[in-house]
Design a protein around this ligand. Structure first.
Ligand code: HEC
Length: 128
């Protein structure tokens, strides 16, 4: 009887451990808010190295992608950009030009060429 109780408490303990690990993997809303604040802070200080792209970026994408004011993936938040980059950069250029859910068509850059969109996207997704 005691042995059975011991076995059960052991099972319960392992279950709790597993649940703890699972919980640890999924970010709690508090952590999300904290990392969003961290990346917003960082995004505000990032700028493309190429002065021409930097000028476009500051005038356009920056207003949403570095402020956290919208649901836009933040510049330099690599984890947010990873699943998007997995679609392929060509798809992202197309989505930036045509608009994608909360992302308005052309992202305020009405004169940008597809090459410039690509440079802007790669910069935001890699912070380089
Ligand atoms: C008015 C706000 C706003 C501006 C300005 C803006 N974006 Fe966005 N962008 C968003 C939002 C919001 C999303 C997230 C869309 C979603 O997934 O719901 C997004 C997502 C994206 C995505 C990901 C699309 C995908 O397929 O997942 C790309 C690429 C992108 N923006 C590029 C740009 C570029 C390049 C610029 C500047 C030329 C720019 N954005 C300017 C709001 C903006």
């Amino acid at each position: 009887m005691e042995l059975l109780a011991l076995r059960w408490s052991f099972k319960l303990l392992s279950l709790l451990l597993v649940l703890n690990v699972i919980q640890g993997c999924s970010e709690s809303p508090k952590n999300n808010q904290e990392s969003r604040a961290f990346f917003t802070q960082r995004a505000l200080s990032l700028a493309p190295a190429d002065p021409e792209i930097a000028e476009i970026y500051t005038r356009t994408c920056h207003s949403c992608h570095s402020t956290g004011a919208s649901a836009a993936p933040l510049t330099g938040d690599l984890a947010s950009w990873k699943p998007r980059m997995e679609k392929g950069v060509d798809v992202l250029v197309e989505n930036a030009i045509n608009g994608f859910q909360g992302m308005p068509p052309l992202g305020l850059c009405f004169e940008c060429s597809p090459e410039q969109f690509e440079q802007l996207i790669v910069f935001m997704a890699t912070a380089e």
